[in-house]
Design a protein around this ligand. Structure first.
Ligand SMILES: Cc1cc2nc3c(=O)[nH]c(=O)nc-3n(C[C@H](O)[C@H](O)[C@H](O)COP(=O)(O)OP(=O)(O)OC[C@H]3O[C@@H](n4cnc5c(N)ncnc54)[C@H](O)[C@@H]3O)c2cc1C
Length: 421
């Protein structure tokens, strides 16, 4: 693999861009590997990369039923942050953010991580106090955060609704300055290229249709391209988790599949250089501006179980009204596209990176709204769990049996209602 560099760019510019090689190899599957990773989203790709890079396990196949990044990892609104509150999440997401900060250099691929800040608006003293508690926990864990009053918010984001008649009168905001956005495709492609260069076989159009077991442990998978054997198999298939867990005989998992929509407007001149977010009552809204100029935004999940990768009108109108509450200027631009992804919603809103009851079979799931930011940390922890057959300290609480022991990691305090997280 050619290293990407300024010199390469210059050289290829002079030679008509004819000297680039494909970013990753396209091998046929071998009959057996040391490890199989199912799912070519960010989590699967990052896991394969860190297995090879950190643990020296390079005889790895990553199996993807479609094309890499065709799932949620290429469909999301790309917000990256580590402003988490509950033990189990705080250290994990901060570890992930630190990996983001060096990711482009590590992968030799520009993932366009832009630390433009993440501003959480508040409208009532109650919301301010809740954010203050979050702030205190973050600061105690060495994570950055700062409170802005109304005037400071207005200076930073002048285009919000600061009028006296505003439905949601802005009191202030809670800023994480190190947070931001990244380019989702680039993250998938960067991990795929770097993993492939270390020897990982990235196999697209390869759907896992069944599991092979031997003497009570996992022994391989059946796919539309034949059987592939491995003594260790990790699964990171997001919205398809319940389906594959059923095929593997894991039983019913505490995960539901819901869809989440996203929206992008026509491109406009630079308008917003941070991520703005709020939650108020049922309303939930987040927005940023992409490098191409489109306003990228979203809100709540559709609220009922589905495997459709398109959304429905009620949430469409709900998100539009949430947008108009704080940013009325948006009403004057045209919507370009709308789409959805299948979310793996867990019962407490927090993920699983864990061994399962079946020896050799590992689970990565339950990412809800928040798995894009988790990609580096999740891959890093899942690779450790698979390589050592035990979790790293950072993901030791992200287990499947936590509900049985009353150790929910309920970040938003909604209880066991996936659609509310
Ligand atoms: C609209 C939207 C907005 C979002 N916004 C954000 C955000 O701003 N910030 C954030 O942190 N998170 C966000 N998320 C969540 C985030 O995108 C996901 O949590 C994350 O991308 C999940 O990554 P993954 O690798 O687990 O899953 P995916 O990227 O979905 O990858 C799973 C892969 O498994 C493959 N697969 C399924 N079944 C099989 C099979 N049988 N055999 C082989 N392969 C299979 C699928 O084809 C898919 O490619 C958003 C999600 C959506 C949908």
């Amino acid at each position: 693999m050619k290293r990407y560099s300024a010199w390469q760019l210059f050289k290829q510019g002079l030679t008509g861009q004819t000297g680039w090689s494909p970013a990753w190899r396209q091998p046929d599957p071998k009959p057996a590997y040391d490890v199989i990773i199912i799912g070519g989203g960010g989590h699967g790709l990052a896991t394969a990369y860190y297995l090879a890079k950190i643990h020296g396990i390079t005889n790895v196949a990553l199996l993807e039923k479609g094309w890499i990044g065709g799932g949620n990892s290429g469909r999301n609104t790309t917000i990256v942050r580590s402003n988490y509150f509950v033990e189990g999440n705080t250290a994990f997401y901060e570890h992930s953010l630190k990996l983001w900060e060096g990711l482009s250099q590590d992968l030799n691929y520009n993932v366009m991580f832009s630390q433009r800040g993440h501003l959480n608006l508040f409208f009532t003293p109650g919301q301010r106090d809740a954010l203050m508690r979050r702030y205190n926990i973050m600061r105690l864990n060495g994570i950055d955060g700062e409170f802005l009053n109304r005037e400071q918010v207005q200076k930073m984001v002048p285009h919000l609704n600061y009028g006296n008649q505003a439905r949601l009168p802005i009191m202030g905001g809670f800023l994480q300055a190190r947070a931001g956005t990244a380019r989702h495709d680039a993250v998938n492609w960067g991990y795929a290229r770097a993993a492939s260069a270390l020897g990982v076989d990235i196999i697209q159009n390869c759907e896992v249709t069944g599991f092979i077991k031997k003497a009570g442990r996992i022994a391989g998978v059946e796919t539309n391209r034949g059987e592939i054997r491995a003594e260790k198999i990790g699964m990171a298939v997001a919205g398809s988790t319940s389906v594959l867990a059923g095929l593997a005989g894991l039983g019913k998992l505490p995960i539901e599949s819901h869809k989440l929509q996203a929206f992008v407007s026509e491109p406009i001149k630079p308008f917003l250089d941070t991520v703005v977010v709020y939650g108020a009552g049922h309303g939930h809204f987040y927005i940023s501006q992409s490098d191409k100029g489109g306003m990228v935004f979203g809100g709540n999940i559709d609220g009922y179980n589905s495997y459709a990768q398109k959304g429905n009108l009620p949430i469409y109108t709900d998100v539009a009204s949430c947008a108009m509450n704080v940013m009325p200027a948006l009403g004057r631009i045209k919507l370009l596209r709308q789409w959805a992804g299948i979310m793996d919603m867990s019962m407490d809103g927090s993920p699983f990176i864990t061994k399962t009851d079946m020896p050799g079979f590992y689970l990565n799931a339950g990412w809800c709204y928040g798995g894009f930011k988790a990609i580096p940390g999740s891959g890093w922890c899942f690779a450790h769990t698979i390589a050592h057959d035990r979790p790293h300290e950072i993901n030791s609480l992200l287990t499947l049996d936590r509900y049985a022991h009353g150790r929910q990691i309920d970040e938003s305090g909604h209880g066991p209602y996936p659609k509310a997280h």
